[in-house]
Design a protein around this ligand. Structure first.
Ligand code: G3P
Ligand code: CA
Length: 299
């Protein structure tokens, strides 16, 4: 034997290599360091579509602004383009926020990267401190390329395309950001698909408001827990102490969405939630820092 290595040891090494090679990719990812979003963790201040009060939602300037304002978590909406690229955009139609007809799915990424959403922002946010005409749509890969590990990313699967989860996962893998991503959606089927593909990624089920859903918030909390998800998102106008207690009892985190006012923000804090998506993250950061040191008042 070379260097006197005993044959049994060689066989063990060969067996180990074979076993590792046989592991599915998801299992390999699970062997990595613990997810930084594991409990205990700070209150989630999540810049909604970037700092979308100050720059066009889901664009690189909005995420730069979120970083400048101190956010370390961002939320973003993703959809598949005609050429199956993962694109950042919220609405089902490109109009009226852009001048392009159709949906994200109707255009390849190269065309979407030429679509201006900044002019819409300037017209709809006349009091915003900066102008953004000329700001174009971007891909998820563009965001990861620029921001890398600067953020925890709450990636919302927006469309119903069956291939979306796998394509998102490819981008997450390419940038080795699986430990910086939480996958969210109002679409239960999309989350189930993602959970099967990548069980190590935390999943947050967004619960629709009462007028758009079947069943109660409690029903959906139970369903999320039974499905092995990590978190639920409840509209700020509905979230209650009972929902928080229910989710916690089932081992789930619970956060708020649809923060329209400072009252909504205060309510989401008061009921004891784990955080919220918010268009003006600096206001929440300021609020949380203000209360630091006053015992018992912080989540
Ligand atoms: O926090 C989730 C929130 O982003 C969901 O609402 O309309 O922004 O996709 P929407
Ligand atoms: Ca969203």
């Amino acid at each position: 034997m070379p260097n006197g290595t005993p044959p049994t040891r060689l066989r063990r090494i060969a067996a180990l290599i074979a076993a590792l090679a046989a592991l599915p990719l998801a299992s390999c990812r699970a062997l990595a360091e613990p997810h930084p979003t594991a409990f205990p963790r700070p209150f989630q201040v999540i810049a909604h579509r970037g700092a979308s009060a100050y720059a066009p939602e889901n664009t690189l300037p909005a995420f730069r602004e979120a970083q400048r304002l101190g956010a370390v978590e961002v939320e973003l909406d993703v959809q598949l383009s005609a050429d199956d690229q993962v694109v950042l955009f919220h609405d089902s139609l490109l109009r009226p926020k852009t001048r392009q007809a159709g949906s994200v799915r109707d255009h390849p990424l190269a065309e979407l990267r030429e679509v201006d959403i900044g002019a819409w922002f300037d017209a709809s946010h006349p009091d915003a401190p900066k102008r953004f005409a000329g700001t174009k749509l971007a891909a998820l890969a563009d965001l990861f390329e620029e921001m890398g590990r600067a953020f925890v990313y709450h990636v919302e699967l927006k469309d119903g395309e069956p291939g979306l989860s796998a394509r998102v996962l490819e981008v997450v893998d390419r940038f080795a950001l699986h430990d910086r991503v939480i996958v969210t959606s109002f679409r239960f089927d999309q989350l189930v698909r993602m959970h099967e593909l990548a069980p190590e990624l935390p999943i947050c089920l967004l619960i629709l408001k009462a007028d758009r859903r079947e069943g109660s918030v409690a029903d959906w909390i139970e369903r999320a827990a039974d499905s092995g998800f990590r978190e639920v998102g409840v509209a700020a106008q509905e979230i209650s102490q009972e929902h928080v207690a229910d989710a916690r009892a089932r081992g789930l985190w619970i956060r708020a969405w649809s923060i329209k006012s400072l009252d909504d923000m205060e309510h989401a804090i008061a009921v004891g939630s784990n955080g919220m998506t918010i268009d003006w993250p600096e206001k929440l950061i300021h609020r949380l820092l203000e209360n630091r040191g006053s015992a018992g008042s912080l989540p």
